[in-house]
Write a protein that binds this ligand. Structure first.
Ligand code: ZN
Length: 504
């Protein structure tokens, strides 16, 4: 199941195009290189750099403008015979500088330099090299079409890595006859899958409205000087970027968080947002799992119910429940407690089983405290400790939080850095402590889009699930995770908002 495609991105089209150009250039390379083999080797300037690759002559097509000079009235009537395009030879050199590759070339009217990172992983190393060369070839071709006599190009980069995701942001500086222009190219690589990923769609739309808010809050993130007076403060908020993908189109994933570039009043700024705040909006988790791939193909027109199980994992009851879910081809969401996750190897194993079986792991905080009564620091600690506990076992962070007792205030909403998921149907298992009553109550109340509160630490609840799940299914319901429910009901969960069901 894949999320709705938004049409082919310009980047993708750019990529395809770059690929074709790259292959063309490569072909020329090979031919020229073969010809060069017969010639005598030139002495090379090896100065302070370790020249790794032989001089590679590269043909460059002449500016289109030069052809315009040959145009005469008769030429339009009878096409001129195809003239042999003058070949400009590039003398390209490659220098291996630590974990970076530098290549530069000079020729009449054109000079270019490019750097790109070298990665040890074979797949990533090859992929980034191809991307960089594609970018270079594409940009050179574009610039040559623009004409001009003095053409300069510099492609530099910054890169970063966060568990499983390699990210490179190429900064492209073009200069044609003194006219400067900057562009950028993004490259993203999923190490877990061993393939490049779509950098343009890594973040959901909601991330961008959040970013705009953060920029407003930080005002001038780069110098951070306190406001001198109100006028200056007003000036600082002027020209603030909008909360759109376009406004924050370029980013790089650093160790501390995602670094986004944006413009304010024509000036370039950057802001780094910690991953904890963006995690809900990432299409690929920091461990390289693609979120959408955990959503099953379901019938959007048939009713759905999300059964949710709190306070686990339980070394005995949780695996028993997983078996029942599996048998019925049903899935559920488990809101686990951080301290219970770490409560011995058998609990850790139970959590791993929840994840591996395709069910959803979510956070019920660390120690089941009433968050409303806590300070901001204490709230953050409850959230962070649970995240870390879950990550230490399944290698992935939870994106949904259920506050204990369903209780929250504004601080809880803000510092959970997640959508808060409560419920609209309480199974009352904690109150009934009896299988039949739980079954009867849920069957009487259940409806499409409901989120049902249950607890997988009680044997009578798991017994109830064994009866409830096939019964609900025979009544036409699909038993789904919260993530699946929201996906099919068109709910885009937003950090800091409370959801009781798919409809309220
Ligand atoms: Zn609870």
């Amino acid at each position: 199941m894949k999320r709705k495609k938004k049409g082919m991105s310009t980047l993708k089209r750019g990529l395809l195009c770059s690929w074709c150009v790259f292959m063309l250039v490569l072909t020329f390379f090979v031919i020229n290189w073969a010809m060069k083999l017969t010639k005598e080797e030139k002495p090379k300037d090896t100065d302070n750099i370790d020249v790794m690759t032989e001089v590679k002559p590269e043909p460059v097509t002449p500016p289109v403008d030069s052809e315009a000079n040959h145009n005469t009235p008769t030429a339009t009537a009878t096409p001129t015979p195809e003239a042999e395009p003058p070949q400009v030879q590039f003398e390209a050199e490659y220098a291996h500088l630590g974990n970076m590759m530098e290549t530069f070339a000079y020729t009449e009217g054109v000079s270019y330099g490019m750097r790109y990172p070298l990665y040890e992983e074979d797949g990533a190393g090859t992929a980034v090299e191809q991307f960089a060369h594609g970018l270079l070839a594409e940009t050179v071709t574009e610039m040559n079409k623009e004409g001009g006599t003095e053409r300069k190009l510099l492609i530099d980069y910054e890169d970063g890595e966060t568990d499983g995701l390699l990210s490179v942001l190429f900064h492209i500086e073009k200069e044609v006859d003194g006219r400067k222009e900057t562009e950028s190219g993004m490259w993203l690589y999923n190490k877990k899958k061993g393939e490049t990923a779509d950098a343009e769609t890594l973040f959901a739309d909601l991330a961008y409205s959040y970013l705009a808010e953060q920029v407003k809050e930080a005002k001038q993130p780069e110098d951070g000087e306190p406001d001198a007076d109100a006028d200056e403060a007003a000036e600082e908020t002027e020209g603030m970027p909008e909360g759109t993908r376009e406004a924050f189109a370029t980013y790089v994933l650093t160790a501390d968080g995602a670094k986004f570039y944006y413009e304010q009043n024509g000036q370039k700024h950057a802001i780094v947002i910690p991953y904890i705040e963006l995690h809900t909006y990432m299409a690929i988790t920091v461990n390289g799992n693609v979120v959408a791939e955990r959503i099953r193909e379901l019938d959007p027109d048939k009713p759905m119910i999300a059964l949710t199980f709190d306070d686990g994992p339980h070394y005995q009851q949780t695996p028993r429940l997983l078996e029942i879910l599996e048998k019925n081809n049903a899935r559920a969401t488990f809101f686990v407690l951080g301290d219970r996750v770490l409560w011995g190897a058998s609990n850790e194993k139970a959590l791993q089983m929840v994840y591996d079986s395709g069910n959803e792991v979510a956070s019920h905080t660390h120690a089941h405290k009433r968050l409303k009564n806590l300070t901001v620091d204490e709230i953050k600690e409850e959230i962070t400790k649970a995240r870390d506990a879950i990550f230490s076992v399944i290698g992935e962070y939870p994106t949904l939080v259920r506050p204990p007792y369903g209780g929250y205030n504004d601080d809880v909403k803000k510092y959970s850095y997640a959508p808060l998921i409560t419920w609209n149907l309480d199974s009352k298992d904690w109150d009934f402590r009896n299988t039949e009553q739980v079954v009867e109550h849920v069957l009487a109340e259940a409806g499409d889009g409901d989120i049902v509160l249950m607890h997988d630490i009680h044997w009578f609840t798991v017994d109830a699930a064994e009866i409830l799940i096939p019964e609900l299914m025979s009544r036409g319901y699909q038993i789904v995770t919260v993530q699946e429910l929201f996906y099919y009901k068109g709910v885009e969960p937003e950090n800091g908002r409370v959801y009781h069901s798919s409809y309220n």
